[in-house]
Write a protein that binds this ligand. Structure first.
Ligand SMILES: [Zn+2]
Length: 168
């Protein structure tokens, strides 16, 4: 059997599903989760944002005619279902980056989701990274190997950046 080992979209999608099932099975999926590769970033490896719903309301600060237009957009936007979108840096498509580092990053974003950040789950903390809650949560769920792999990789990555041996 020929296996597709490339880190393409379906590879990333299957990692998300596998990690959700294995480590986050008890977390209520109050809104759907999507995952995609994003632009390469030096120190932001993953992110999660909530889209849809009434998000456009923020734009109301604008005045005059423009406001009316925005309000019209708003009312149609309300119909959009909410979804969380996880973005992973395309730098991690490179197979020199251990798979566990990619898994860590996905688990990190799923932890935010579980804690009610960029998701419609109940918010459990004031700040998403309050007192090391992310790594503690991943470890509690059995992902200590991911945390360790990430810390090890990050140390070497930082060293290479500082030594100017890696450019992005
Ligand atoms: Zn985070």
């Amino acid at each position: 059997m020929i296996q597709n080992l490339m880190r393409d979209h379906s590879w990333l999608q299957s990692k998300l599903e596998e990690l959700l099932k294995t480590y986050f099975a008890d977390v209520p999926i109050t809104n759907p989760i999507e995952i995609k590769w994003g632009r390469e970033a030096k120190f932001r490896f993953g992110s999660i944002k909530l889209e849809g719903g009434r998000r456009i309301l923020k734009l109301r600060a604008f005045g005059g005619l423009f406001t009316r237009k925005i309000e019209m957009q708003e009312s149609s936007d309300k119909k959009l279902p909410k979804k969380s979108i996880i973005t992973i840096t395309s730098m991690f498509k490179n197979e020199d980056v251990p798979v566990d580092v990619v898994c860590y990053t996905i688990c990190h974003e799923l932890t935010h989701y579980a804690h009610g950040f960029s998701s419609t789950n109940k918010r459990m903390f004031k700040h998403p990274h309050h007192g090391g809650v992310v790594n503690a949560e991943i470890q509690k769920r059995g992902g200590t190997n991911f945390v360790k792999a990430y810390q090890l990789w990050l140390k070497e990555y930082r060293r290479q950046i500082l030594a100017g041996r890696r450019r992005i």
